[in-house]
Design a protein around this ligand. Structure first.
Ligand code: PLP
Length: 631
């Protein structure tokens, strides 16, 4: 537990039980009386087809806990409720969930359902996201906001206006000044009065990786000059009453409440000015940015940590808005936030398996072996060997290593020109490794091969170096005897995880047990519920993992699998690149008929059909081969 800092980044949801397994408390700190869910039991149950309605679920696997989503939402709402009450703030908080953080149907539907009693809404940034938000919010509260961000064309604007006609509380947030003309024209054409907001380009800038969207030169939003032109144009058209919301987003993972308060204060001043200029302002939308403490360090100068709690975040926002509005005698606005990462990060865990490790076992050599080895050394490597031995006798270890390196290089050249055979080269490698170990510098870090694609399931690690807590989900009462990095299944040198929370370049791991991939060593990647699923790609055609939804229940295990969806099959991923698996299979069947004339043909065809149906990942712990699969 302490080794992987579970309490620091995982509380109140994740912990380790007396058996050394990671446990989940989906209701968080509020209901400590609930039984903890043993994650290993969930994984075992997912692989048991009796518990998954006959589905044969394979790893990698995403386990979703809707109860965690509910708890995150309720924590956010109650943090703001408390801040509003304690500060004597005269309006309320009404958040929206930016669907881009995780567009999975069940995640979005759950958020709408859990948040409808406190009017929680959705934010969309593209046309498909808007269509999704429109249909999901039909089941939510009619007061919930539907914030339309992102670059907009006439079709997007028409959809957003139609949503108002359907009694959805839609706000079109101008991301560019040019969008205003279309909004005015289309709303007049459709006879639908819009509610308009603007995204302000704040001067407050956040310096971390995610701060690139903020500041005067940020990618998005309107400058003060442009905002004033928007006011003038709306006034000319008799539509200034439509201008009701001010939005800004200074970037994800806002590191400190001081920076947050600075940005919110600047925006509240713009809001007050808009009130003065005659707009019918009602809502200040502070965007996303509520951060996650991925490494549990509470640091304010790291992209993987933040130095505040949800409660402190809410308090800083309410205080900053109240202070500025009171100073300007402006009525307190509804405070809206677009927290994505903070709502969905905890709710899902990615489980994958280590299938083998490159346990480099340093060869043991007897004096006979060493003698034999020396005899087989090519002539011109003898001097390297002699120097090496002399340095060893004198205890000059750095020189020893340098001569070993030289010896190896001489032999590699000999191998390349054909004057040394592969057994000799292997003997040199073994000898040099032995020397390295003898002087205490052999590489103690093993490579664990994991049944996963980093590009599909952890794209932010590959793309922006984002770190997530990763640890074995069992055997945690055993002290790990090794250190490892994780290497994925793709044929790509970037397909590895070699940086871990706490600035570590390796992960404490256990020795794999059993042979031939029968070891069942399960690892979990935590806090990856935001952004990873939609950003993941199909490199080497490794598709999406299997997914199950798990809820707390009163049964013997304390949980129930309420939904199970197998990961993408080989057919699915082939189809996504415009191949037609059915036609491909027909082509191969004809080939079988042409070349295989005995009864083996139908076995081969069955095996190939099964491969189209299976997931692209390794089938761990099975001696499955094509003909066996057909049986
Ligand atoms: N709102 C806007 C406009 C964004 O661009 C983003 C993400 O970058 C968010 C909300 C969500 O941010 P976060 O996940 O940090 O809460």
């Amino acid at each position: 537990n302490a080794l992987y800092k579970v309490d620091a980044w995982g509380a109140p949801y994740f912990s380790v039980n007396a058996s050394g397994n990671v446990t989940v408390r989906p209701h968080g700190a509020r209901t400590m009386d609930h039984q903890e869910i043993d994650l290993l039991k969930v994984v075992k149950k997912a692989s048991d087809s009796k518990s998954t309605g006959g589905l044969d679920l394979r790893l990698p696997l995403i386990i979703r806990f809707p109860d965690i989503l509910k708890d995150r939402l309720e924590c956010l709402q109650s943090a703001f409720n408390y801040a509003v009450k304690s500060q004597g703030y005269s309006s309320h908080y009404q958040g929206v969930y930016p669907v881009k953080s995780n567009q999975d149907r069940f995640v979005v539907e759950d958020i709408v359902k859990f948040g409808s009693s406190f009017r929680f809404g959705l934010e969309a940034g593209s046309k498909p996201e808007l269509l999704m938000a429109m249909s999901c919010l039909c089941k939510g509260s009619s007061e919930s906001l539907l914030i339309c961000n992102g670059f907009k064309d006439a079709e997007y604007i028409s959809l957003a206006l139609i949503a108002r006609k359907l009694s959805l509380n839609t706000v079109i947030v101008l991301e560019q000044e040019e969008e205003l003309d279309s909004v005015i024209d289309i709303s007049i054409k459709l006879g639908i009065r819009p509610v308009v907001g603007v995204r302000a380009k704040l001067r407050t800038k956040h310096s971390g990786h995610f701060g690139a969207t903020s500041g005067e030169k940020g990618k998005f939003g309107l400058t003060t000059t442009q905002i004033i032109r928007v006011v003038k144009k709306l006034k000319q058209c008799g539509m200034l009453d439509c201008f009701q919301l001010l939005h800004f987003h200074i970037g994800s993972q806002i590191p400190s409440t001081s920076l947050l308060a600075d940005g919110v204060g600047e925006a509240a001043q713009i809001y007050s000015e808009l009130v003065r200029l005659g707009a019918s302002m009602k809502v200040i939308d502070i965007g996303g940015g509520l951060g996650i403490d991925y490494d549990g360090s509470k640091s304010t100068n790291s992209d993987v940590s933040v130095g505040y709690t949800i409660e402190e975040y809410a308090m800083a926002v309410v205080q900053a808005v109240k202070f500025v509005c009171d100073r300007n005698s402006v009525k307190h606005p509804i405070i809206c936030s677009e927290s994505g990462r903070a709502i969905v990060s905890h709710h899902s865990i990615l489980i994958f398996e280590a299938v083998s490790s490159s346990n480099y076992t340093v060869p043991t050599m007897s004096s006979y072996d060493v003698h034999h080895f020396i005899e087989r050394l090519p002539e011109d490597a003898h001097s390297d060997y002699h120097n090496l031995s002399q340095s060893a006798v004198r205890g000059e270890y750095d020189a020893c290593l340098a001569y070993a390196d030289q010896l190896k290089q001489t032999c590699v050249e000999k191998f390349k020109d054909g004057s040394m055979d592969i057994e000799q080269l292997a003997a040199i490698d073994g000898f040099c490794e032995l020397v390295a170990k003898a002087v205490g510098v052999s590489n103690p870090v093993s490579t664990y091969h994991v049944n996963l694609s980093v590009f599909t399931s952890v794209p932010d690690f590959w793309g922006i170096g984002q770190l997530f807590p990763i640890l074995p989900i069992h055997r945690l009462s055993e002290c790990p005897s090794k250190k490892g990095i994780l290497s994925d299944l793709t044929c790509d040198s970037d397909g590895k995880i070699d940086k871990f929370i706490g600035g570590e370049s390796s992960l404490p791991l256990h020795e794999l047990e059993g042979d031939n991939g029968m070891n069942n060593y399960y690892l979990g990647m935590f806090l990856g519920g935001a952004y990873q699923e939609a950003m993941g790609g199909l490199h080497n055609l490794f598709g999406g993992p299997s997914v199950i939804r798990v809820s707390q229940s009163d049964g013997p295990f304390g949980f129930a699998v309420t939904r199970a969806v197998p990961g993408s099959s080989c057919s699915d991923v082939l189809r996504s690149m415009n191949h037609e698996p059915e036609m491909m299979f027909e082509t191969l069947k004809h080939r079988i008929e042409e070349y295989v004339h005995d009864e083996g043909g139908s076995m081969i065809a069955g095996g190939i059909a099964q491969s189209f149906h299976n997931m692209p990942y390794l089938t761990v712990g099975s001696s499955c081969c094509l003909t066996a699969a057909s049986g």
